[in-house]
Design a protein around this ligand. Structure first.
Ligand code: EPU
Length: 440
């Protein structure tokens, strides 16, 4: 589906008017050069939503120029939030001003375009005492319920009804602190409840909270706004809510998934990439696992250098898990790499039920992959070959770009909205590192 870009352009004027619908990669050229790592896709979205909590100015730096950011900007603008964008050498910055918020002005079409729109629930309840939005959209990678979000908000005194695909929530007497145990360390539920808890009266404890670096980034921004949050980076977050929230200036965390993705791209092409702004430690256990697969990662001044180990690519066994486990968002890029590693690899997906949709596309390019339940068994082939493939979700799109860069011949990708949702100017950044890649 081609998104109607007009509300996006109004809210995010930097969003490109016309982006080609087809990407052509001619593989076999080593990637050599500097690929700047942008702000994290999954950190910037909750950070933008946090601006709804205060009437004061929130400035975010290092904002990635992605479709998701443009869609969220359009949603926030409808709600009454004003935005001022500026582009500097250091990337995009935005100053958000949510002086007046009109919770009724939700654009249902925009909400259904992405998962992170569910975060509006916690923020609007906190700021306005009410929220009404359709069920959020996002990648079709599993069931992706919102029961943890709803149960937590109810524990904080909100009334939440779900009927006919619409979520209706009120807390006219204000939210109150609560003791909440998450059944799983859900990233989105932790963020939603954190956003609500900083404005709730009293103490909220979120147990079994997610520990992803994006949560710590949100907490850091909220703390600089004046919130009191203990236990950041641990499984128990304790929030003293109800303190007045001022504005903040915050630089978005570097994108660890973009880092891992480009490291795989450097290794599959036998190139060497300098990845400014990133740090190896952000990858958690993915760093030693990628190393075992033959992806050398080295911290240098101001960034990371990634290249293929002289011993070549080797098969590994990996299991996705909550941070610091192997990120599910790196699973498909890693699988593209392992498709040409010597020996047999196994990849087990434990977070989402349907996150192997890239397998059929990789097979079209000659990959030897068999799927049994939630585990894929990959027998490495010497080389993938170009093909016509379709991106089925954000990370599948990145996997297919990696496969195309490492393949012989021409790969044609469609379904590029997925790529645009999560990656900041990937085509341009790859071309600057020597890739033969064009979009039209
Ligand atoms: N879950 C429930 N009920 C809930 C919430 C979650 O059953 O109320 C389940 C999910 O179905 C899933 C598991 O819990 O099986 C974990 O889901 P989580 O809530 O942690 O994921 P999310 O918040 O929906 C975010 C990222 C995803 C990333 C996951 C895991 C954003 C906008 N999305 O999703 O990113 O894969 O955390 O790290 O932050 C991507 O960037 O490609 C992407 C899908």
């Amino acid at each position: 589906m081609t998104p109607d870009k007009s509300p996006l352009l109004k809210a995010a004027p930097w969003w490109r008017l016309s982006t080609g619908r087809t990407l052509v990669v001619r593989g076999g050229r080593p990637l050599i050069g500097t690929y700047p790592i942008s702000g994290a896709k999954n950190a910037v979205l909750p950070l933008m939503v946090s601006a709804l909590l205060t009437p004061h100015l929130v400035t975010l730096r290092n904002v990635p120029a992605t479709l998701d950011v443009a869609v969220l900007a359009a949603l926030l603008q409808k709600l009454g939030c004003e935005m001022h964008w500026s582009a500097t050498g250091a990337g995009l910055s935005v100053t958000l001003s949510a002086d007046r918020v009109q919770p009724g002005r939700i654009d249902p079409e925009l909400v259904t375009r992405m998962r992170a729109s569910v975060l509006l629930l916690g923020a609007l309840l906190a700021r306005c005492g009410e929220a009404r939005l359709p069920m959020p959209g996002g990648d079709a990678i599993g069931l992706r319920g919102i029961d943890f979000h709803v149960t937590g908000l109810r524990a904080m005194g909100a009334t939440v009804e779900l009927a006919g695909g619409v979520i209706e929530a009120t807390a006219h007497g204000g939210l109150r602190g609560a003791d909440i145990l998450l059944p799983l360390p859900s990233v989105g539920a932790t963020e939603n409840l954190l956003l609500a808890a900083v404005s709730a009266k009293g103490t909220t404890r979120i147990r079994n909270a997610a520990r992803e670096p994006e949560i710590a980034d949100l907490a850091a921004c909220l703390i600089s706004m004046g919130a009191r949050i203990d236990g950041v980076g641990s499984h128990v977050l304790t929030i003293e809510g109800g303190l007045p929230l001022a504005g903040a200036i915050h630089a978005v965390l570097p994108d660890r998934i973009e880092l891992g993705t480009l490291a795989c791209a450097a290794a599959i092409t036998d190139g060497e990439l300098s990845l400014p702004h990133a740090r190896v430690e952000l990858l958690g256990v993915a760093a030693p696992l990628l190393d075992a697969a033959g992806v050398e990662l080295r911290d240098v001044d101001g960034g990371v250098v990634a290249r293929r180990a002289s011993s070549g690519l080797a098969g590994i066994d990996l299991v996705t898990g909550p941070y610091p486990g192997f990120a599910t968002d790196l699973q498909s890029p890693a699988m593209a790499l392992l498709a040409t590693a010597s020996g047999v690899s196994t990849v087990s997906e434990t977070i989402f039920e349907q996150r192997f949709r890239h397998v059929d596309e990789l097979r079209k390019m000659g990959a030897d992959i068999a799927v049994h339940g939630r585990t894929a068994r990959i027998r490495g082939v010497a080389r993938l070959r170009g093909g016509n493939v379709t991106c089925t979700d954000v990370r599948a799109a990145a996997a297919l770009v990696i496969a195309g860069l490492g393949a012989t011949g021409k790969t044609t990708l469609d379904g590029l909205d997925h790529l645009d949702r999560g990656y900041d100017r990937m085509t341009e950044k790859l071309a600057a590192c020597g890739a033969d890649i064009v979009r039209f």
